[in-house]
Design a protein around this ligand. Sequence first.
Ligand code: DAK
Length: 257
Amino acid sequence: MPLTLAVEFIEPGVRLITLQRPQALNALTTQLLGELADELNAAQADPDTRAVVLAGSRKAFAAGADIKEMGERNLVGILNDPRQASWQTITHFNKPLIAAVNGFALGGGCELAMHADIIIASEDARFGQPEINLGIMPGAGGTQRLLRAVGKSMAMQMVLTGDPIDARQAQRAGLVSEVTQPELTVERALQIAHNIAGKAPLAVRLAKEALLKAMDTDLASGLRFERHAFTVLAGSRDRDEGIRAFQEKRTPTFIGE
Ligand code: DAK
């Protein structure tokens, strides 16, 4: 039973994971990251879960790594940091992950949102990498993923000044796909998750993998990966079902094979 998260099963096919340390603006402790990794492992192993929405509270998605806990770690502690394994699990989660961001997404919180495949933000969301103000720098992929998401100039400005950007700036830059009213953020993320949950799971999985490949490979290799993934799907029963359903003018029923 997780202590720092709530997990809800929203039929059909969607899990909603809500970070629950509102008293500390959902600061990411080792325990919280461990519980999140456990929940994502469970979601990945469950064939009935086809998409996951990750949300925070009204005031904060997450305000970063827990600074109190971080202060207790020295160089050796950081080298042996158990949170690394949790971040790896989050990075390699192979089902669609949608972040519903209300309020602050700062430091590790911004990095956590950027691990999601899609970010839906409320009008009052703030994205930032303020680590520089603590004499440190982003450590969970912020320098790499932020630059790819918003481009060099804005990423440099955010990381070197520590100043956050608002939801509209984040949307214009491409970090966020949609901006909603605060009370609708989770609902909109769930709608998108439901939409994706109705698609063929193998196609969704390989499409996600191919899109992520584009972030860290050259065009020719990425295109080669896409070709192979496309070919693999030609052997799936869901592909036959999709084409047959179109011809028979009905909604396809996908089984994940
Ligand atoms: N850690 C711990 N507690 C935090 C926190 C945080 N990051 N952010 C907020 N809190 C706590 C506050 O201490 C306060 O607790 P009490 O004093 O009431 O006990 C409570 O949450 C409410 O916060 P405030 O009173 O400050 O609320 P305000 O509305 O006035 O301000 C704020 C909201 C978000 C602007 C402010 O709280 C703030 O600046 N928070 C810190 C944001 C920050 O600097 N984030 C970056 C942390 S460093 C790595 C992976 C990841 C990382 C590093 C390494 N590896 C895998 C190697 C990540 C590093 C970081 O994220």
